[in-house]
Ligand binder design. Structure first.
Ligand SMILES: Nc1nc2c(ncn2[C@@H]2O[C@H](COP(=O)(O)OP(=O)(O)O)[C@@H](O)[C@H]2O)c(=O)[nH]1
Ligand SMILES: [Mg+2]
Length: 321
């Protein structure tokens, strides 16, 4: 299969039937496979209108995606993509009652994967929703923790779950709030064949943030510039929370010595992977500000990163591989 976007896709037929500017603007782009999808997004295509065939027949795939987009569910595949590796997607939640059910359903629309919800006793009842979802689908699991303990330890608990269960070759991190598009999840996982860490990145060519105000954009940009200056690890989006790890690589890290919680946790994890000699790849994503619920980001999280980053070089030793 070719790696470039196809020109003879049904999109041209759709445009012929309805040649209005709106139809043109919303035309879907069909690509053969995930590498071609990555190339298309890097070149500026929004993955929200990308039909990745990856084995589906073009006609039905286009129709399913078109219908999905019309329903606000993104470019749905005819059936969920099947990852070649057994995968666990860990979703930390704190007060996500209006997002949780839809994000889990959306994940399963795009990827056949296990999901672990790590809920910190959300006062809004997210934990009960998680239990209901888990009771209805054996691929869905829940960890309940007492009170808000932070994103970092939630992920560490998720990693420990993956190790204990065994059999998971990939562990992904993803937010509950749709900032990480469910249609990008298969692309992230499929990019992980030769890279122990794949980051859904806002700060590589083709990546961006959508809907953040100036202050939030500067905070994220500033945190990444600061991290790059201190650590020079080659990673552009160090604070991203949309990731796919090889489980075997995670098992080789000294996870017990990680104390960071917020962005600092993501920075430290990425730095540890680099220092341990693992290969990191960034694939572009459009990060969309949450539509529903509130951000848990606060000044404490920013300060933690500010203080930790300069110490990481001394704290995390290089290991030869
Ligand atoms: N379990 C758990 N989840 C958390 C905690 N803090 C944030 N989250 C979840 O982590 C994800 C990212 O948090 P969010 O508030 O969206 O951060 P932002 O995207 O940086 O504004 C969301 O799914 C939150 O519900 C926490 O202390 N515990
Ligand atoms: Mg968020």
């Amino acid at each position: 299969m070719s790696s470039s976007p196809k020109s003879n896709s049904p999109s041209s037929q759709a445009m012929a039937a309805d040649p209005t500017p709106r139809a043109l603007a919303q035309a879907l782009v069909v690509v053969a496979d995930f590498p071609a999808a990555e190339a298309a997004v890097t070149a500026g295509t929004d993955s929200a209108r990308l039909v990745v065939l990856a084995g589906q027949d073009e006609g039905p795939a286009y129709a399913a995606a078109q219908q999905g987009v019309a329903q606000g569910r993104g470019p749905l595949p005819t059936r969920p993509h099947q990852p070649p590796w057994r995968t666990l997607v860990v979703i930390p939640t704190y007060n996500e009652k209006d997002n949780l059910e839809s994000i889990v359903r959306a994940i399963h629309d795009y990827l056949d994967t296990d999901v672990l919800i790590v809920d910190d006793g959300s006062p809004d009842g997210t934990g009960a929703i998680a239990d209901r979802l888990a009771a209805a689908d054996p691929r869905i699991h829940v960890l309940h923790r007492q009170g808000k303990q932070g994103l970092g330890t939630a992920y560490l608990a998720g990693f420990a779950f993956a190790f204990e269960r065994g059999g998971y070759e990939r562990v992904c991190e993803m937010d509950a709030d749709f900032s990480h598009a469910p249609w990008d999840l298969p692309r992230l996982v499929m990019a992980s064949e030769h890279h122990e860490l794949v980051i859904g990145s806002r700060y590589v060519r083709g990546g961006c943030t959508v809907g953040w105000d100036f202050k939030r954009r500067m905070l994220s940009r500033g945190a990444n510039l600061y991290t790059r200056l201190w650590l020079s690890s080659g990673i552009r989006d160090n604070t991203a929370g949309f990731r796919c790890f090889h489980t075997k690589a995670l098992q080789q890290l000294d996870l017990a010595s990680i104390s960071a919680q917020g962005y600092a946790f993501q920075i430290e994890m990425a730095f540890r992977m680099v220092r341990a000699g693992f290969k990191v790849r960034e694939v572009p994503i459009h990060f969309i500000d949450r539509q529903v619920g509130k951000s848990k980001m606060d000044g404490k999280i920013a300060r933690e990163a500010l203080l930790l980053v300069p110490r990481l070089r001394g704290k995390v030793k290089k290991t030869r591989r």
